[in-house]
Design a protein around this ligand. Structure first.
Ligand code: 2BA
Ligand code: 2BA
Length: 108
């Protein structure tokens, strides 16, 4: 078994959950927030058999889109002597996915 941790933009989460349900992949959703943009995102915890990890990754990859967002950095982080800061474009995933080994999976 593996634990797939997937951080997904909120805009993609309904479509992703529908697709996981369709494939009978059980997931738990946590409401989370990115540390940089402070935008709400959804973190999925998916306990899955080793042989289905690729299927889960393929589904996440298919559903989740990368998007550009603009953020205005705080002036003291810009490193400029100017007192104005300009919006900078950041590319937000797709999805950020971690796959962890799982020692045990219990369902009591
Ligand atoms: P359980 O299997 O007892 O799961 C209860 C909750 O535990 C799930 O809530 C989910 O949040 C979490 N969970 C269970 N297995 C997990 C795993 N492998 N990885 C991550 N989280 C896991 P729900 O997703 O709301 O599911 C509630 C109940 O509905 C489930 O009870 C199961 O009996 C049924 N179910 C879930 N998905 C289904 C599906 N695609 N088709 C039919 N029944 C489904
Ligand atoms: P945020 O932390 O809000 O980051 C949103 C996007 O801002 C990131 O997109 C990245 O393109 C950019 N970014 C983040 N920190 C930056 C910095 N210090 N300077 C410049 N640009 C920066 P993604 O990499 O696609 O990440 C989307 C979300 O996934 C992140 O939201 C965070 O919640 C999560 N994430 C990404 N990498 C992670 C990691 N290694 N560990 C835990 N969570 C991660």
């Amino acid at each position: 078994m593996k634990l797939v941790v997937a951080i997904v933009q909120e805009k993609d989460s309904t479509k992703l959950q529908n697709q996981l349900n369709h494939q009978k992949i059980i997931a738990t959703q946590l409401a989370t927030k990115g540390g940089f943009l402070k935008a709400k995102n959804i973190t999925y915890l998916i306990g899955i058999e080793d042989q289905r990890v690729k299927e889960v990754l393929d589904t996440i990859k298919e559903v989740c889109q990368a998007r550009s967002q603009y953020v205005t950095p705080p002036i003291n982080l810009v490193g400029s002597i100017s007192d104005t800061s300009y919006p900078v474009e950041v590319q937000v995933g797709g999805a950020t996915v971690m796959v962890l080994p799982m020692d045990n999976f219990y369902h009591f």
